[in-house]
Design a protein around this ligand. Structure first.
Ligand code: GNR
Ligand code: NI
Length: 172
């Protein structure tokens, strides 16, 4: 089994930085990284993980919104939203970098995401529902954006204060 990586929590500055595009020559490093990210995501468990969450400032995302008994891992290199619906949808989100914190987030219902595979070919994926929310959530991570940024300042600060308190308790 592949080793997992430690997940960074808010307020790590890496989570607020803009990740760098994967370039030519990064292939080997990204292949290894993606495998470790998938192992980390499944172990957490989560349905998505972005490289900055494991301390790598690269535009790499892994996702699996499939059922547990039929894993469908997806690795997205340099993903970008190229189209989105006007229609919005609200669903409860969580984040491995804000453990045990959940809130309703409103986003475009459907998105089309363009990305490169590990082999360097270009693909489009269209998502709705959970896949759409997850794609948007992970691409946000590459831009230093967290789901709490969509909440009112009141709700955001409540979550951030509660998290700080719980992570501090855990340390002691
Ligand atoms: O595991 C996760 N669940 C989730 C639920 C709703 C919307 C987005 C997500 S992503 C999250 C894992 C994570 O933090 N990815 O960055
Ligand atoms: Ni997240």
């Amino acid at each position: 089994m592949t080793e997992t990586m430690p997940i960074l929590y808010v307020p790590s500055p890496i989570l607020r930085a803009r990740a760098k595009p994967v370039g030519p020559g990064d292939e080997d490093r990204v292949r290894v990284l993606a495998e470790k990210m998938l192992a980390t995501m499944y172990a957490a468990p989560g349905i998505g993980l972005a490289a900055p969450q494991v301390g790598e400032g690269l535009r790499v995302v892994v996702i699996d919104v499939g059922p547990k008994d039929a894993p469908t891992p997806l690795v997205l290199v340099n993903p970008e939203v190229v189209a989105q619906s006007m229609e919005l949808a609200t669903r409860e989100e969580g984040c491995l970098s804000l453990p045990n914190m959940f809130a309703d987030v409103t986003r475009p219902l459907k998105v089309k995401v363009r990305f490169h595979t590990l082999d360097g070919s270009r693909r489009d994926i269209e998502g709705e529902g959970l896949l759409s929310a997850c794609l948007q959530h992970e691409i946000d991570h590459l831009n230093g954006v967290l789901f709490v940024d969509y909440l009112s300042a009141l709700k955001r600060n409540m979550i951030l204060r509660k998290l700080a308190k719980e992570l501090k308790l855990k340390r002691e």
